[in-house]
Design a protein around this ligand. Structure first.
Ligand code: FES
Length: 105
């Protein structure tokens, strides 16, 4: 996974609603926040649960299973829940109204 992958149209991602997608088996969620489109790993670091099925508020996604929270812009795990590891974030670019994510390190 070294190249940019088209994952959605820009209009698919709305404020306040996670947009789950996948690149080569890697689960990712897109978020629209403060005018930016962000891409973050969509699997909780506590157990294998898609974070995008949780609650997104104030820039954080809350895991639906045990309520760990992650900062969507940085992937940082917020202390207080059972998860302690961050989730990855990915580079995003928008070209001609289409969203591309680079899901490589
Ligand atoms: S599975 Fe996410 S906090 Fe437990």
């Amino acid at each position: 996974m070294t190249d940019w992958t088209r994952v959605a149209d820009e209009g698919d991602v709305t404020e306040g609603e996670p947009f789950p997608t996948e690149i080569d088996g890697v689960e990712i969620a897109l978020y629209r926040m403060e005018g930016d489109i962000l891409a973050m790993g969509d699997i909780c670091t506590h157990e294998h649960v898609r974070l995008s099925t949780g609650w997104f508020e104030d820039g954080r996604i809350e895991c639906p299973l045990h309520q760990s929270c992650f900062e969507v812009r940085t992937g940082k795990c917020v202390p207080g829940g059972p998860a302690w590891q961050d989730v990855p974030v990915y580079a995003v670019k928008i070209k001609d109204g289409e969203i591309y994510v680079k899901a490589s390190s």
